[in-house]
Design a protein around this ligand. Structure first.
Ligand SMILES: [Zn+2]
Ligand SMILES: [Zn+2]
Length: 373
């Protein structure tokens, strides 16, 4: 089939030929192979078709670019206008990339305003502060609208003019490969406006660096990585464009007593073997500032967990609290007085084995193992 022949070769042109050269060459060849002049000649007829097909592609800058890049493959699926198949998907990706590049746009106005950048501020707080929430102030160096020109960027008394390069659209279209891409106008940086007489204080930027003190309200229940957004407290947009947001990234410091998982607080509590044997209670200082009396039932084992409902972390932006989970560690005494040793010796003499059924069962099992050998 004729489509396997290179289009430039068919049109007897160099690959670098300009549109005019291609056009005149096509005309010459079309005239030569036209069916009217070559009645009944099959060879001329197919040559005429091939030349027309080649010209159809090369006359269109978009199709020509696709052909240069992908060859005939660019037009094989769907025939003819295959290049458009790539268009839709790419455009979607491009929109999102472009949107990001533009600093994220709000609204879809013709005149694209560049929003100021979002800023990040890292703040470390204690677990108690995460529990109660915290109202505090932070100081940030951030660009803010220029007071002299009120953020317009134009010298007071003068005004910005519509950009002649993009006609105020802020965007220009350009050919890139076989895609038409839109990019921010380089002359006005996408604002659609140019300033002839810039403000002397901000040099036409409409914003200046300032030190701002901001109030931050950390709500109760925040966790490591929680972000608090201060809307509009990010970088000012250029020339009065909307400001970005300021994000406070929270980091919760480790606590000496409590570990946290979501709204659950965990603590390990060592207790004496006498409390474990006889029962009793221990006091845990809660993050709420109260002492929590934890009842220890007689005979509790090491590793046992006691759950206090509602004594954990508050639910962020919700109601109620998680639980406090106390894990019991029974501590074996290591420093005994002579008297205590005597008492324990006396205790041992009274042991029958029934006091500690687990140990008794274990040794009974071992005996069975040895006997079975
Ligand atoms: Zn200014
Ligand atoms: Zn422009």
């Amino acid at each position: 089939m004729s489509t396997t022949i290179d289009y430039y070769e068919l049109l007897e042109c160099e690959r670098t030929a300009d549109a005019g050269t291609i056009k005149s060459s096509y005309r010459k060849l079309a005239m030569k192979y036209h069916p009217d002049k070559n009645a009944g000649c099959k060879d001329s007829e197919s040559k005429f078709k091939a030349v027309s097909e080649a010209y159809d592609v090369l006359k269109d800058p978009q199709k020509r670019a696709a052909y240069d890049r992908y060859g005939h493959a660019a037009f094989q699926n769907g025939g003819g206008g295959g290049a458009q198949d790539f268009g839709g998907g790419f455009s979607d990706i491009f929109e999102s990339v472009f949107g990001e590049f533009m600093g994220g746009q709000r609204g879809g106005g013709r005149q694209q305003q560049r929003r100021g950048a979002d800023l990040r501020y890292d703040m470390e707080i204690g677990l108690e502060e995460a529990y109660h929430g915290k109202a505090t102030e932070i100081t940030v160096d951030v660009s803010a609208p220029c007071d002299t020109c009120d953020g317009s960027g134009a010298r007071p008394g003068t005004h910005a003019k519509t950009c002649a390069h993009c006609g105020g659209h802020g965007k220009v279209r350009a050919q890139q490969g076989f895609f038409v891409v839109e990019r921010a106008c380089a002359v006005c940086q996408g604002s659609g406006q140019v300033i002839a007489d810039p403000c002397p204080d901000c040099r036409g930027e409409g914003r200046v660096e300032k030190t701002k003190t901001l109030s931050v309200n950390v709500p109760p229940g925040v966790d490591e990585g929680t972000r608090v957004r201060l809307t509009g407290e990010g970088e000012a947009g250029p020339r009065g464009a909307p400001a970005g947001d300021l994000y406070i990234f929270l980091h919760v410091a480790r606590h000496p007593l409590f570990e946290r998982e979501g709204t659950t607080l965990f603590a390990r509590a060592p207790i004496s073997f006498t409390t474990a044997s006889l029962g009793g209670s221990i006091a845990i200082p809660g993050l709420d500032g109260h002492k929590h009396d934890i009842k220890i039932p007689a005979g509790i084992q090491s590793g046992k967990q006691i759950r206090q409902r509602g004594a954990g972390m508050p639910v962020l932006q919700g109601r109620g609290h998680g639980d406090l989970v106390i894990q019991i560690d029974v501590e074996t005494p290591t420093k005994l007085s002579l008297r205590q040793k005597e008492l324990l010796e006396m205790f041992r003499e009274t042991e029958t084995g029934d006091e500690c059924p687990a140990s008794q069962g274990f040794f009974a099992k071992l005996k069975g193992v040895f006997a079975g050998e």
